[in-house]
Design a protein around this ligand. Sequence first.
Ligand SMILES: *Cc1c(COP(=O)(O)O)cnc(C)c1O
Length: 387
Amino acid sequence: MSTPPEFLPFALPDTGEEEIAEVTAAIRSGWVTTGPRTKRFEEEFAQFLGDPSLHCMAVNSATAGLHLALEALGIGPGDEVITTTHTFTATAEVVRYLGADVVLVDADPATLCIDVRKIEAAISPRTKAIIPVHYAGLAADMPALLALASAHGLKVVEDAAHALPTTCQGQLIGTLQSEATVFSFYANKTMTTGEGGMVVTRNPELAARIKTMRLHGINRDAFDRFRSRTPAWYYEVVAPGFKYNLTDIAAAMGSAQLAKLPRFLARRQHLASRYKDGLSSLPLVLPVDAPPDDVHAWHLYVIRLDPSARLTRDDLIQELSDRGIGTSVHYVPLHRQPYWRDRYGLRPEMFPCSESAYQSMVSIPLFTAMRDSDQDRVIHALHEILD
Ligand SMILES: *Cc1c(COP(=O)(O)O)cnc(C)c1O
């Protein structure tokens, strides 16, 4: 029997000596929790977005950031928040943390982002906000979504966990006219701090509330306490806040990763275009590109089996696994998850686009540390299975 091929995972972080050096320096400095490196990381992030009027606030996850943004907007019991069924549960769970209710909308059949044409029918007198997700790294239809939100007086919080960096009509996600945008630095995202996130807003009152609530409802953070001229021991608690601050150890890693982001993007774009060339003759629906002059972050490469393919999604995953290739499915839609399904009485036929995508979709390996030869193995395997 031949030896099984080396296992190719579906995603891996890309870290090196730069991250090790930065993290080591943070530890040696003696300041390991939120402090100077977190502040520097926030400044670098604002520079990356290229807009000095933005407030960038580092947090310990995107989930925490979404929770803080909605809390600062005053979302609470009796309110409704609209989002897409085709997402990770974190997008929706934060609405429930605040006692508000989630209204799920189907995905657009081409982009798998929220179908903006289906949002209006989901708006009720209780609706307060919309959370679009830039699925896989492609911007949702933000011009239409922002216009609709403004016509109905609704707030927009962007779940940009996949969208670093993504542009929409030439503008970076994070700089649009929404209330807040939240990025994720989870291990498999386009850059990572292990766990972490960034909330971005141009609204100073929102920023002030988020800064207070990310650290116990204390009106200044620990770092400021030890710098300013009022006594270091004195602080005021103005609300029952959360423990959502990012550590300097994580921020140190973030700085090193952010410096590599342009190279990471170029690598992801290269891999996405090689997949497009290598897979175009197969019975697959390949992901749509960003419009000309826009950037797709290519966080995920999601293929869908064409109805003419003679095997199921589960068979395809098994065949790839037999060849040592890791895959994932993004996502089991929320309307199929027991909690969401049962709380809101959801049925698959209410979400035909998300449902049919879910039945046929597989996320194949796409990460910056993979070699072209690793990718060739995936392309070759798909030809073997599908030709
Ligand atoms: C990863 C992810 C999140 C959560 O990010 P964390 O940083 O792990 O909290 C939220 N929404 C989407 C769409 C994600 O992919």
